[in-house]
Design a protein around this ligand. Structure first.
Ligand SMILES: [Zn+2]
Length: 362
């Protein structure tokens, strides 16, 4: 008998200006707060965070810069900092890697974490998972955490000022919720939990299809609009809930290809969601979906500034690089989730088909 453990964030604040509630949220969790995240993310929110904490008379202990890789060494280092500084509430900002590391470190020393995503690249802000890497940036595993964030603050005004590529990455990762879940879920085994995960993932797709172009415009313009709010809800809430409801078991060939790309030094640095977004197109080809369906997916990816050709990912990718990427993707648990056996030739021809059709919409 398998027990599902559903770990939700305790509170979610979303919408424009949500950061104005951060201080009160932190004040309920502890009296000594520390901000952790990437250098740029800290610079863009630190004044607002410090002001929020001051209003609630919570001591601000300053910030700690995340070193860029969510590896066990960095998780341990941050946990040590939190323990020795007597931190009572952690405010984590930045992208998925920074949030994952702070969440894992918070769990390690039993300190509540409030996530304040600085970019919309993944749904990491709401999940109780950490994507763990080796120190050199290669993917290691997906680590379940015993608790989720104590609070999540998704501020559309803040996220409207982040670079477009991160919104595109979030859209790519969120579209994967639908494409992958549809590919791997067994409708004959439908349960309520699986149904909720599937419905949320389909809602993600529908919202993105309607609002992606408007959301990208908002970010290029630097001003939040309704389309951006809808897409952010898809990225953080509905995709996050798919993740929670499916216990993280919602990944397939798109994420397998992403993991493959982390084995190649030329593509390792590309944001997770952009590679997953490209992987989605290969997944549809692996499923032998029609040209019409693939062309529609390619057009949506293009409208969302997601790579649709290998040359958009990196220039000078050789056949040998591609072999390393495909070989690695075939060894991942995500690829094993696919309902059919997948060979090297299957993936190679899926990539080729995406290249061919992608060229048509250029
Ligand atoms: Zn992902």
């Amino acid at each position: 008998m398998f027990t599902h453990r559903l770990v939700f964030p305790a509170s979610v604040l979303r919408g424009r200006g949500a950061i104005k509630h951060l201080g009160a949220m932190c004040g309920r969790l502890g009296q000594r707060a520390m901000l952790v995240g990437g250098k740029r993310a800290i610079a863009s929110v630190e004044a607002k965070v410090a002001d929020q904490l001051e209003q609630q008379m919570v001591s601000y202990l300053g910030s700690e810069i995340f070193n860029g890789v969510c590896c066990q060494e960095e998780i341990n280092r941050l946990a040590d900092v939190f323990r020795t500084q007597g931190v009572e509430v952690i405010i984590a900002t930045g992208g998925g890697k920074a949030l994952d590391t702070a969440k894992a470190a918070g769990v390690a020393c039993n300190i509540p974490v409030v996530t304040l995503p600085g970019i919309a690249g993944t749904c990491s802000a709401v999940t109780s998972l950490a994507f763990r890497y080796h120190q050199n940036g290669e993917f290691r595993n997906m680590m379940p955490l015993s608790s989720g964030p104590a609070a999540v603050v998704i501020d559309a005004d803040l996220l409207a000022t982040s670079p477009l590529q991160w919104l595109s990455a979030g859209i790519g990762d969120t579209l994967a919720k639908w494409y992958e879940y549809r590919a791997i879920s067994d409708l004959s085994q439908l349960t309520g939990l699986a149904g909720v995960a599937r419905t949320h993932s389909e809602l993600c797709y529908t919202l993105i299809r309607h609002f992606a172009a408007g959301a990208c415009f908002a970010v290029q313009d630097g001003k939040a609009n309704n389309a951006l709010e809808q897409v952010l809800d898809a990225i953080f809430l509905y995709a996050g809930l798919t993740s929670v409801m499916s216990n993280g078991a919602h990944t397939g060939a798109s994420h397998a290809l992403y993991e493959g790309f982390t084995a190649c030094p030329k593509t390792r640095h590309i944001p997770h969601g952009l590679l997953v977004g490209y992987g989605n197109l290969c997944l549809l080809a692996l499923e032998n979906r029609s040209d019409d369906e693939l062309l529609a997916a390619l057009a949506l990816a293009r409208a969302s500034a997601i790579p649709t050709q290998l040359a958009h990912i990196a220039t000078g990718l050789t056949e040998q690089d591609l072999a390393v990427i495909i070989d690695r993707s075939l060894t991942t648990p995500d690829m094993a989730n696919m309902p059919m056996d997948i060979t090297f030739e299957d993936v190679r021809s899926a990539v080729e088909r995406v290249e061919g059709l992608g060229a048509k919409i250029n």
